[in-house]
Design a protein around this ligand. Structure first.
Ligand SMILES: [Zn+2]
Length: 124
């Protein structure tokens, strides 16, 4: 799948996620898009989030992050592409947070690419 098509698919899905942040994560296997997820779907209080961090219950954190949501469909060696969009559709920084980075690594997803401030793809 080329960049233009991926950006179009990801943008449509991310901008309609009903959240303030519009992040999409595509899971690729042998060049084919296996799964496309967006952030959102879980609502946790800040207190709960901080509590989780404090006690390192990382399995309960980042459940709403797009790159974590593709993990359940992933196999080691798959590629993950993370994109973030502003409301006007422009592409911006989508670097996975440290907890998502850890989770991706734990399941063997080391080929991770994200969009930077200029909308260019960078390797994690
Ligand atoms: Zn995260």
């Amino acid at each position: 799948m080329n960049r233009t098509k991926l950006v179009r698919l990801a943008k449509d899905k991310a901008l309609s996620n009903g959240h303030d942040f519009h992040v999409a994560a595509g899971l690729f296997r042998r060049g084919k898009l296996v799964k496309l997820e967006t952030n959102g779907g879980f609502h946790r209080s800040a207190t709960r989030y901080l509590w989780s961090l404090e006690f390192e219950k990382t399995e309960h954190v980042c459940e709403s992050h797009a790159e974590t949501k593709v993990i359940k469909n992933a196999k080691p060696g798959d590629k993950v592409v993370v994109l973030r969009f502003l409301k006007d559709g422009s592409i911006t920084m989508a670097k996975p947070c440290s907890i998502c980075q850890l989770k991706l690594k734990q399941v063997g997803l080391t080929n991770v690419v994200y969009t930077d401030w200029e909308g260019e793809f960078q390797r994690l």
